[in-house]
Design a protein around this ligand. Structure first.
Ligand SMILES: NC(=O)c1ccc[n+]([C@@H]2O[C@H](COP(=O)([O-])OP(=O)(O)OC[C@H]3O[C@@H](n4cnc5c(N)ncnc54)[C@H](OP(=O)(O)O)[C@@H]3O)[C@@H](O)[C@H]2O)c1
Length: 270
């Protein structure tokens, strides 16, 4: 980890140990930000030392963002230094039918994706509004446009974030604080394995590259755009979701996310 010069702007990236968040953190390093990177597991320290090899100051915070105390720890780590960019990306998914899920695990999805995310945005966003500048990137999802059969809680949290992002952006339109919603489609990360969805069609199919997704999200945030749906297939799915009836979308989601929908090796070869 190199020393901070104090002259670079500061970005906070949550969920920066793996996947899209790790790539968002790389984009921030390339863009000349000092960083606070956050995740729940000790791997965040490894990510921080790799990112800090690029002559920016990177601080790792290991905190459970499903708790208010975890979020407070992140805010405290900034130590009063102005946050120029908040990339609120940490999130988790959970497969299987809702009534078959462990309720504590379902609640953790809600607490991480919704409560922890908006509490962090609340705290950092108020500081940005008081200073009159800042950038907020929220990782929502095109999943927020579809009732997520066999991933019902997750899709609900993403519908919340997609909607919240537009609303907050509107509330801040007379300030120089921008709010951007990054809405990826299926992206090649650990999230499906963690959600126990490797035996599903969506979990096993070819997916978008997290580096491409993150770069598009980062660039949209730097432009101050309201939203970015990444990938051609995702753009098509998002457009279709606006015209297809909800019960049909739920049935289509079943085909992607129900356990046992992964194609067999023979089907995949065809
Ligand atoms: N992959 C996709 O297809 C896809 C599509 C649309 C949107 N997204 C969204 O993209 C974001 C990143 O997911 P990903 O696909 O990159 O998955 P990932 O590789 O599993 O990364 C998730 C990150 O969030 C962190 N995290 C999860 N729960 C946390 C908690 N309670 N406290 C602190 N950190 C926590 C993880 O850290 P730990 O390992 O330390 O818990 C990890 O760094 C999520 O918001 C997800 O919903 C993903």
């Amino acid at each position: 980890m190199s020393q901070s010069t104090g002259t670079r702007p500061l970005a906070i990236v949550t969920g920066a140990s793996t996947g899209i968040g790790r790539e968002l953190a790389t984009c921030c390093v390339d863009g000349g930000f000092d960083l606070i990177v956050v995740a729940d597991e000790p791997e965040i320290h490894v990510a921080a030392s790799e990112l800090g090899a690029h002559d920016v100051h990177v601080e790792a915070v290991q905190a459970d963002l499903a708790t208010l105390e975890g979020v407070d720890k992140v805010v405290a780590a900034a130590n009063g230094r102005p946050v120029s960019a908040l990339l609120a990306n940490a999130g988790r998914a959970l497969g299987h039918a809702f009534l078959d899920q462990d309720f504590a695990a379902a609640r953790k999805v809600l607490d991480t994706n919704v409560t922890g995310t908006i509490y962090l945005i609340y705290q950092v966003g108020r500081q940005m509004r008081a200073r009159g500048e800042g950038r907020i990137l929220i990782t929502g999802s095109i999943a927020g446009f579809m009732p997520g059969s066999f991933q019902a809680v997750y899709n609900g949290t993403k519908a919340f974030l997609d909607s919240f992002s537009y609303a907050l952006r509107n509330e801040l339109k007379e300030t120089n604080v921008s709010v951007t919603c990054l809405m990826p489609g299926a992206t090649e990360t650990d999230i499906f394995e963690r959600a126990d969805m490797l035996d599903t069609k969506i979990g096993s199919q070819k997916k978008d590259d997290p580096a491409d997704v993150a770069r598009q999200g980062y660039e949209a945030m730097m432009r101050g755009d309201g939203q970015i749906v990444t990938g051609l297939k995702s753009k098509f799915q998002a457009a279709m979701a606006h015209v297809i009836p909800a019960d049909m979308l739920a049935e289509m989601h079943r085909g992607m996310a129900a356990p046992g929908t992964a194609p067999s090796a023979e089907q995949s070869r065809k």
